[in-house]
Design a protein around this ligand. Sequence first.
Ligand SMILES: [Zn+2]
Length: 260
Amino acid sequence: MLIDSHNHLADPRFDGRRDRIIEEMKSASIVHCVVNGTHPVDWPVVADLAEKHPAFITPSFGLHPWRIQDSPDDWLPSLEEYLQRFPRAGLGECGLDRWMTEPDFPSQIQVFENQLALAAKLNRPTTIHCLKAWGPLLDCLRSAPALPPILIHSFGGSLETGRELAKLGAYFSFSGYFLHQRKAKQLDILTLLPSDRLLLETDAPDMLPPADCQKYHFASLNHPANLQKISQAFLDRTQITIGQHISNSVRFFKIGGFSR
Ligand SMILES: [Zn+2]
């Protein structure tokens, strides 16, 4: 039994293939997944998926730093409406990214802080993307008047940063991308973080794992059912058990309703 704590089934690259993908996920022992929206245009697709598969999908709605520029002025009240409409939804994917030079960093901080405040107000599990912005992320989290539960997805920071984030209650998710040989150091860091804070994810259709961890191949996209092989490779290298991974995910996202 497995839970994919972060994917993008609503991504247009999956158009026309979602029903089949969900069947393939189920046959790969995946019992639940969290589907992240990254922009107001994909929130309706995330909402439809969650309504169609309530026991299988936890929706999450957010504005990703890469997509701030073309967001409508009313994105924040609209986001709150989606979260009110789906009381079990998370907030995300949101975050900070200094690997990208656009949008400018002050705008990213403002959009991130707005989402953090909304998530704290509604007490929603919040999925955070962070690239090359660990100091500002820690500053935002430490200066927030209140924090929601936070998940750093595809955590790529240092052990020191991970430990500071853990002090703030953060969870971390591991994607199959870190199984590439060149990412071995990051895999070692993840294994040193508290084992009761670790989740597994695919980030499909992105973050393609190494070829030997791909259960399904199509085009150059990552398939969420690859989680089966990704989890095996990760669990082989750590002290974490499948049961622990499931209970960490259930605790963080407050999910249930699937047969255990
Ligand atoms: Zn993502």
